[in-house]
Design a protein around this ligand. Structure first.
Ligand SMILES: [Zn+2]
Length: 138
């Protein structure tokens, strides 16, 4: 399960809307306890590809975000990206790029722009997709 505060949840959606029609991306820092992920801080990164159906993070920005997490005492929990035109389901490429079974992968779909959807996934060793529950807290 993933727990995220309303404020961070709203900030992710806002960022994805602002980047539309390009894919947006970022990193999630926080704490992990008994298989639950608590998102404490969201890092908004530049999509280096400036693409509508791909994203790649800029290494320098990733490095800075991870450095900040260390300073704050947070772990790198995973990342998020948006699907401007498609459902919030991992693409073949998303699956291919999901190399870390301890990460959570959040996807925001803006397919219905007025009703953005946020879903979270993890992967097992065989790259099976596991849907994670997202709980929004105060
Ligand atoms: Zn994707």
């Amino acid at each position: 399960m993933i727990r995220i505060r309303e404020k961070e949840f709203a900030a992710i959606l806002e960022h994805c809307r602002a980047e539309f029609p390009l894919e947006a991306c970022g990193l999630l820092g926080g704490k992990k306890e008994r298989g639950n992920y608590d998102v404490e801080k969201v890092y908004f990164l530049t999509n280096g590809e400036k693409s509508r159906d791909h994203f790649s993070m800029i290494p320098k920005e990733q490095f800075q975000a991870v450095k900040d997490m260390r300073r704050e005492g947070y772990l790198l929990l995973g990342n998020f990206h948006s699907h401007p035109k498609t459902a919030p389901w991992p693409s073949q490429e998303d699956k291919r790029l999901a190399y870390d079974t301890s990460f959570i992968y959040v996807i925001v779909s803006l397919k219905e722009k007025s009703k953005p959807q946020l879903k979270a996934y993890s992967y097992d060793q065989e790259k099976n997709v596991i849907c994670e529950t997202v709980e929004i807290i105060k």
